[in-house]
Design a protein around this ligand. Structure first.
Ligand code: C5P
Length: 422
């Protein structure tokens, strides 16, 4: 769930391309997140997908005509002004070359373009067109003009296009548009202007070119933390080992494989990091040497000798103790199977953390690969809180709320205007 979208009004503009069918999934995704989705379709969009499809999905009116009446909170209103004033975010997906050109030139010859022109809030466009149209200097210039006005873009991506050709011009996937929409709406939130770095996933330590030592981490908790930080307005960096979940959109991804690589990526980011959350399951040991060639079967037993990997949070803690530049807040996770509390408290102290999130990974509803987590928080200063069973998204949101409180950002009003610069 994305609470950032709950009760928010999304204006979803659909222009005429075959990719319009993907926006049905997008409208559904927003509706399921409890957003109120008002759809405006161009006449050519309505030739690709019937307006009634969107109407059924959103349970709200769909407009195509400038002179149509519009239902709003039980009242009948007319025109684009009421529509545009009500929206928290205006998305156009797919945005055709023609629609982009109209917006860039301030043209207003149908309901979608009129509404866009009279709208002053955040806007997100997901272009879709043939590669030659996308790379045409006219389109590039129009896109740049819109970017300069503060309009956000997502995609287009490389892939198979309507013509059958393969190239850049495919509309971004609905899930990615949804994720970036959360980021745009969250902008200016309580973590505005701060960089939050999260580690996630289970590192893989190579034994030979085809085998590795790993663990059961899926990266779900870390991905949820990254989404929660992003939705509160943070500039979010996710340093992640291989994930078995869709990586969050609207965050900077730094993929790594081994503990050593994760260590390098975190240390490189550290001077610019305000909050560090270590949710990765980092290997404590790696094979002393990894073979360049696949190890062959032999009658004898094989022995793999192991050596310690660098402990990322330990190193951050040491640097903080020495007074070096470091994050204002460092949070660690303790995935334990025994002596839960003692191990968590030991970690808090030894790694010089501000907060440790303990989870019992032997409980069936908590820890690896499940969608829920039952955690206990141990804060520097002695505070201890056992939280009830929650989804990993809810745990992540609650942890980030704690970050907001600890950084004194509870009453944050936001530094950025919601209105685009015109
Ligand atoms: O000491 P232990 O490995 O159990 O501590 C777990 C915490 O430390 C987690 O937050 C994990 O991400 C982090 N960690 C780390 N580097 C390691 C091992 C664990 O940052 N090499």
């Amino acid at each position: 769930m994305a609470p950032i979208l709950s009760g928010k009004r999304i204006m979803l503009g659909i222009s005429g391309g075959i990719a319009a069918y993907k926006s049905v999934t997008l409208a559904s995704r927003f509706t399921q997140a409890n957003a109120l989705v008002d759809v405006i379709m161009t006449h050519s969009a309505a030739k690709f997908v019937a307006p009634v499809t969107f109407q059924s999905i959103t349970q709200r009116s769909v407009a195509t005509d400038t002179f149509e009446f519009w239902h709003d909170a039980g009242r009948l209103r007319i025109g684009h002004v009421a529509l545009a004033h009500a929206a928290d975010l205006f998305i156009i997906a797919p945005a055709t070359a023609h629609t982009i050109a109209r917006l860039a030139h301030g043209l207003s010859d149908d309901l979608l373009s009129i509404t866009a022109l009279s709208y002053k809030g955040p806007m997100l466009l997901a272009p879709a067109m043939e590669t030659n149209m996308w790379t045409h200097p006219a389109t590039m210039r129009n896109v740049q003009a819109l970017r300069d006005w503060g309009v956000d873009f997502i995609g287009p991506e490389e892939g198979r296009l309507a013509s059958g050709e393969v190239g850049e011009g495919r509309v971004a996937e609905p899930e990615d548009i949804f994720e970036v929409a959360c980021k745009v709406i969250g902008r200016g939130g309580p973590l505005d202007g701060l960089r939050v770095l999260i580690t996630a996933g289970g590192t893989r330590e190579p034994i030979d070119p085809v085998r590795f030592m790993g663990n059961h981490s899926t990266g779900k908790m870390g991905a949820a933390l990254a989404r929660a930080a992003r939705d509160l307005g943070a500039e979010t960096v996710l340093v992640h080992a291989p994930l078995s979940v869709h990586p969050p959109g609207g965050v900077s991804l730094m993929p790594v494989h081994t503990a050593q690589q994760m260590f390098g990526a975190v240390m490189e980011q550290l001077p610019r990091t305000d909050v560090l959350i270590g949710a990765a399951a980092v290997a404590d040991y790696r094979p002393t040497r990894s073979s360049n060639q696949k190890l062959k079967k032999s009658p004898e037993n094989q022995v793999i000798t192991l050596e310690r990997t660098p402990d990322i949070l330990q190193e951050v803690g040491t640097r903080r103790e020495e007074g070096g530049p470091g994050p204002r807040l460092v949070i660690g996770f303790a995935a334990e199977t025994n002596d839960l509390e003692a191990n968590a408290l030991d970690k808090l102290k030894r790694k010089n953390l501000d907060l440790v999130v303990l989870n019992d990974v032997t409980a069936p509803d908590s820890g690896f690969a499940v969608d829920t987590n039952r955690v206990t928080l141990f804060e520097r200063g002695g505070n201890r809180e056992a939280w009830p069973l929650m989804s990993k998204d809810e745990v992540a949101q609650a942890i980030l709320q704690r970050v907001v409180v600890r950084l004194g950002r509870l009453d944050w009003k936001g530094s950025q205007s919601r209105e685009r610069d015109r």
